[in-house]
Design a binder for this molecule. Structure first.
Ligand code: SAH
Ligand code: SF4
Ligand code: F3S
Length: 475
């Protein structure tokens, strides 16, 4: 999954964003209780934080981005790799320091780590007052009240139905141009390395009409791009209770695309076993569905894919790649790769490298295997690839992707793209940045007045492995 503030090839090489606080216009509600909310993990978590903010504001609380002003501090946490959890623990210890000066400060942990560790946080570690899992955010007002009355509070109930369909997320950390829309929750896939099915529960799809209404509303407010989010968007499936019609992901994509030709659609994440030809044909049919697919592969070797329980093999994946490039010749494809999964040999690692070359990924998120307690892999297989070898293999994967990204970008030299302007570039006030359909960031110097949300044409004049530099074309 990817996010608008991330640019390709940054050295984090990590799908996981680190502790970003919402950028609020705060202090409008002087005198009310203020909450500070910091988020870690994938886009789903950031999207959930917007729901949490909405629920708290509904209670009359006000967001703040100044930690010291907060009466309540919430961390929305991630469990995907050990490192992600370590970062959160460190942060919680810092917050405990704040509590010494301000005993009324209430600290809550939300999200996947809350779900995974449950009341261990309260009982063993004494770090927090509230623990809330991803399906229990509606209960936050009650939980806060419980703490106000002097107890600790936990709700880690996982639901089969909750999709927060009716809650309008509070878009406070926003460039006003791009937004996420959660279309489903949970995951039923049970990849053997992955903690998500345990932290997010069963897969369920959100009412399609509420998704359309949210997209329409964003467009009406001036947003020009929505990213439909789910751990496995291709298995989106919702039955219209009135007509009994089954809405597939392809159908949903089409409906959102029909809202307006100037509203771009992206989606993440696609699972190689579930992405359908119908989805690819729908992408081909609508210009405003971006030609970019994040199709995590994890390994290029069939034996490892089998141990990972990914339910496809190398040949199946390569066939998908062929089909995508055949139906969508200008599509960019990206991936996630794990180096050093249990029992992976050097030869099997080489298969990952050759698959990456074949797929010609525009970018990848790359990790070394981190065993997660409770997962199938932790129970069944030995985490037996030494850390030094994991790191060496990961480094080879990173070096190769670096080369592939550069080659991919070099192919864009002298081509023109219609890009959606997101704002000024970080480096210079004179330069602006936007993205093309393939999800590549293009930096350019405007020749006329441009505003976030405008579409402009640029020709690519220079590239590196991370960014394209373009020349603004006057229409
Ligand atoms: N639903 C998405 C992935 C969500 S997690 C999918 O199926 O593709 C994002 C990425 O984190 C995964 O694709 C995987 O590459 C990585 N990841 C998950 N568990 C991991 C683990 N235990 N160790 C290392 N990387 C892991
Ligand atoms: Fe995890 Fe696999 Fe589900 Fe992705 S599809 S969230 S990797 S179990
Ligand atoms: Fe992390 Fe949970 Fe997302 S474990 S990657 S925040 S679903």
């Amino acid at each position: 999954m990817h996010h608008s503030t991330r640019e390709h090839g940054n050295e984090l090489l990590d799908d996981i964003r680190q502790g970003e606080a919402f950028d609020y216009q705060s202090d409008t509600l002087i005198g009310t209780r203020k909450f500070y909310l910091e988020s870690y993990g994938c886009q789903m978590n950031f999207s959930d934080s917007e729901i949490v903010a909405s629920i708290l504001v509904e209670q009359g609380m006000a967001p703040t981005k100044v930690l010291e002003d907060a009466h309540l501090i919430f961390l929305n946490t991630c469990s995907i790799r050990e490192k992600a959890e370590e970062t959160v623990r460190k942060r919680l210890k810092e917050f405990r320091g704040l509590k010494k000066n301000n005993p009324d400060l209430l600290i809550g942990v939300l999200g996947c780590m809350a779900e995974r560790l449950k009341d261990k946080f309260l009982v063993e570690e004494q770090l927090v007052d509230i623990v809330v899992g991803p399906d229990a955010y509606r209960d936050l007002p009650n939980l806060i009240q419980t703490v106000d009355e002097g107890s600790k509070a936990v709700n880690v109930f996982l639901s089969r139905e909750e999709t927060y369909a009716d809650i309008a997320p509070m878009r406070l950390d926003s460039n006003g141009v791009t937004a996420f829309i959660s279309i489903m929750r949970g995951c039923d896939n049970m990849c053997s390395f992955c903690v998500v099915p345990f932290t997010r529960g069963r897969e369920r799809s959100r009412n399609a009409f509420t998704i359309l209404a949210e997209a329409q509303n964003l467009f009406d407010k001036g947003f020009r791009e929505v990213t439909l989010l789910g751990q496995n968007v291709d298995s989106y499936k919702w039955e219209n209770p009135e007509t009994r019609q089954m809405i597939s992901f392809a159908k949903l994509l089409e409906w959102v695309a029909q809202i307006h030709p100037d509203l771009r659609i992206r989606f993440s994440t696609s699972h190689p076993k579930d992405i359908t030809t119908e989805v690819l044909l729908t992408m081909a049919k609508y210009d405003n569905i971006c030609k970019y697919i994040h199709l995590p592969c994890q390994s290029g070797n069939s034996r490892i894919l089998n141990l990972m329980n990914r339910t496809y093999d190398r040949e199946w994946y390569l066939d998908k790649i062929d089909e995508i490039y055949q139906i969508l010749p200008d599509c960019a494809i990206s991936s996630d790769m794990i180096a050093g999964f249990c029992s992976e040999t050097e030869e099997e690692h080489q298969d990952t490298l050759s698959l990456m070359q074949y797929a010609k990924y525009s970018m990848s998120y790359m990790f070394f295997y981190s065993e997660r307690p409770g997962t199938l892999a932790a129970k069944k297989y030995k985490d037996d690839v030494p850390e030094s070898i994991k790191k060496k293999r990961l480094n080879e994967i990173i070096q190769l992707q670096h080369k592939l990204s550069l080659q991919h970008n070099e192919q864009d030299l002298n081509k023109s793209f219609r890009i959606l302007v997101e704002g000024k570039s970080k480096k210079s006030d004179a330069q602006w940045k936007g993205r093309n359909s393939q999800n590549k960031v293009i930096v350019f110097t405007p020749l006329t007045e441009v505003n976030p949300g405008d579409y402009v044409n640029v020709t690519v004049t220079r590239v590196n492995s991370a960014t394209l530099i373009g020349q603004h074309l006057i229409p």
